[in-house]
Design a binder for this molecule. Sequence first.
Ligand SMILES: Cc1cc2nc3c(=O)[nH]c(=O)nc-3n(C[C@H](O)[C@H](O)[C@H](O)COP(=O)(O)O)c2cc1C
Length: 235
Amino acid sequence: MSNKAMSNEEYLNKVKELDTTTEKPKELDDIEFFTVAKERRSVRQYDPSFKIEESEIRDILEVATQAPSSSNLQPWRFLVIQDQAEKERLLPIANNQQQIVDASVVIAVLGDIQAYKNAERIYSELVKNGLMTDEIKDMYVNSILQNYGTFPAERLSKIAMIDGGLVAMQLMLAAKAKGYDTVPMGGYEEDKFIEAFNVPENLEPVMLISLGKGAKAGFPKTRLPLDDILEWNKF
Ligand SMILES: Cc1cc2nc3c(=O)[nH]c(=O)nc-3n(C[C@H](O)[C@H](O)[C@H](O)COP(=O)(O)O)c2cc1C
């Protein structure tokens, strides 16, 4: 095996050479869950002239936020980058990955490490809707503030990344079910992104997601055989 390594940018853009797919991304007429999950692929080529409606982005995000989260604290935050000039500014920060500028929008999924501070607001809503008594709410909120309030930063960060990953996945599936395509991206310079887009200190980037009308299907990927990644009961 050659041990010649590629730069990050080369690696991320190499995919275009490997991709011999000629099909367009599938527009599903069956949005049954298993079909959507199987048909979602990372799409890296988009119709740059297509602009997704803001209402559609909102619909996708509303469904995405039905994802579960630790203590229902919903630490996810979204920055939707839709202005072309802003996408151009992001391009070099994200290794010049073309989907940054060609897809309708880039959604930065961020995790709020201080999300526990919203416990009162979140749990009061349950009381308002008759789903919880005031007394139980107080118990929950106090214990959340006491626990999360003393967690070290790494633990809060891990929670934000887990919950952020869940919402990101749901976002990508919702987009596919609505006839759009996505690609998740970790290939960007986090520090530069934070600086360039004024990301507040309490928000940690989880990933970027390009969302738009796919022009070409992502190439089919294989997965490790289930039996190679699965154990039952004990290691
Ligand atoms: C956290 C994360 C980061 C990723 N970063 C990139 C990226 O920067 N650029 C890219 O083209 N694909 C990126 N991908 C997409 C993966 O390459 C892709 O999901 C994988 O090859 C499987 O292909 P599929 O999504 O089409 O099933 C990323 C995926 C994940 C989950």
